[in-house]
Design a protein around this ligand. Sequence first.
Ligand code: 2U9
Length: 361
Amino acid sequence: MTDTLDQLRGALLEDVSKAENLEALDAVRVAALGKKGRITAEMKNLGGLDPEARKQRGQELNQLKGEVAEAINARKVAFEDAALNEQLEAERIDVSLPIRPEEMGRLHPISQTWDEIVAIFGEMGFTVADGPEIEDDFHNFTALNIPAEHPARQEHDTFYLQGEDGQIDYNSVLRTHTSTVQIRTMQNEQPPIRIIAPGRTYRSDSDMTHTPMFSQVEALVIDKNTHFGHLKGCLQDFLDAFFEVKDLPLRFRASYFPFTEPSAEVDIGCSRKDGTLKIGEGDDWLEILGSGMVHPNVIKACGLDPEEYQGFAFGMGIERIAMLKYGIPDLRTFFDADMRWLKHHGFLPLEAASLIRGLRP
Ligand code: 2U9
């Protein structure tokens, strides 16, 4: 190779190494290898040489062309790598930073407790049943063995709706319990039945411990051989899971409800020391729910044969058990829509209740 070609090589490789960015590098490429480039010009001169010299010079030029192209490409890759690294550095994300706006929202303790109840009973093989909040007299009272003039009707402090004539319509009530849902289920489905009915209920009652609207969950199991032992086992399993206490002490006290016979109120073991309630320890008792074997009249009213089918039912207030589990002292605060209260007592959405992940520790 002649000195001139060596000089050309030296000059071009220097240009390549001096190019400061992709644009400058491309200019070097055009100046060397483009249509009017220096190597291209040398190629064009080959025609004037004799064959032997042309062959020799052609080979040298091709080699030079390859070397320069390779140098340009290597520098290009280096620029691209540097640009990518710069971009990655600029867009670095600190994954350990806490999320911001999403953390603001809270699940209301009633929603959380409701979800927990559904998760536990779901795991036990119950399905969730739903029904209307405006009911007729039959589903709210008569089918539940509460006939007209029965004192329980007064006790329920029922909200009646107004008829078209402006008078009270005694056949149109805001349901006073979710038992209406169980009645509808028994009317429409064949046993075995295993459902829970969580829902809003209404009673014209308002003081420290009562609000006109409150949430209830009731359960119903109907089959051919269901007995009180099943009720006991079911309540033990549910209450153990809900209060997260193994073998939570339970006490059944004989009671009376028109829709169950026999009926029992259920207490759980607790201690009350220095005004602090602890569930599952101590030798005090706390009433938690009502229960019993479904009254034969109720089974009959739903079109089933009480000689063939029997079962158990129970009901509890969701606000009440939420207050006990989460130490919320005042029932009425559930309905104040106070954001500070919700921030304190509410739950992060990502802590949604599930038995698979375990209820809250
Ligand atoms: C059907 C048959 C029987 C559901 C029952 C109770 C006892 C009970 C109260 C607890 C507190 C309501 O929220 S509360 O005020 N409930 O004491 N509930 S037995 O019995 C039924 C339900 C449906 C067809």
